[in-house]
Write a protein that binds this ligand. Structure first.
Ligand code: ZN
Length: 232
């Protein structure tokens, strides 16, 4: 049985379970509750508890990474099959910015507090160039055309298409494998023919990307592939 602590509450009418980052499993119970009663409830709810604790530990790991790390010293972009070594230069006489020297060394010029902003700009510019190229060549290959592409930095929306002909892509898809990126681009290109997720739409996707089901499914947990610093 899971370990837990009991918190007696004057306001509690009945026994309630909660799971928190700091305390794990907490049983909130009316004053004077009998311990056996709590035991029975905890035992009967073990499935819910295990699920909740698992979710919590995932979340905790994620938060630890997010706050435990400083600015990245390497950045890996699987979509491009490239890894950059990142160096930081503090030189207040230079305008904030970056350059890329030999062997994928990314140099960030900025005061430390603003380094993140510079890295964000760099990542967006890499995304714009790479995804524009990919989208154009896939557009030619599929015969599907779009007017404009724009890069966004959203939490978990990877792409979208507007009736005006603009394909929006999340720059963070650069952290995905090339096959996933290709599927995402084909998906948005197919929306230029079908503005919905109808059967016709998926059939069109399938003609260009037979493996689309598995690739689409892989996106469910895809946020885990993003380094914390890239997530807004
Ligand atoms: Zn769609």
């Amino acid at each position: 049985m899971s370990a837990y602590q009991i918190r007696e509450s004057k306001r509690a009418r009945r026994i309630r379970l909660q799971v928190t980052v700091n305390d794990g499993l907490v049983v909130v119970a009316p004053k004077g509750v009998r311990p056996e009663e709590v035991d029975i409830l905890v035992r009967s709810q073990h499935q819910w508890i295990n699920r909740a604790l698992k979710k919590l530990s995932d979340r905790k790991q994620y938060l630890d990474r997010q706050f435990g790390e400083g600015p990245p010293t390497t950045i890996s972009l699987p979509a491009l099959n490239k890894i950059w070594r990142v160096s930081y230069f503090v030189n207040t006489s230079l305008a904030a910015g970056w350059d890329v020297s030999a062997h994928n060394s990314l140099n960030i010029y900025s005061e430390p507090a603003k380094a993140q902003i510079v890295i964000d700009k760099w990542l967006t510019s890499v995304a714009r160039e790479h995804l524009q190229n990919e989208l154009s060549s896939l557009g030619k290959k599929t015969g599907l055309s779009f007017k404009r592409m724009q890069i966004r930095a959203q939490k978990s929306r990877w792409g979208s298409y507007s009736a005006r002909g603009t394909i929006s892509l999340n720059r963070n898809i650069l952290f995905f494998q090339p096959a996933v990126v290709e599927y995402l681009l084909i998906h948005e290109l197919c929306h230029t023919k079908h503005m919905n997720h109808s059967r016709d739409f998926w059939q069109l996707v399938e003609t260009f990307c037979p493996d689309y089901r598995a690739l689409d499914k892989s996106l469910k947990e895809a946020w885990r592939l993003l380094p914390p610093w890239s997530v807004k």
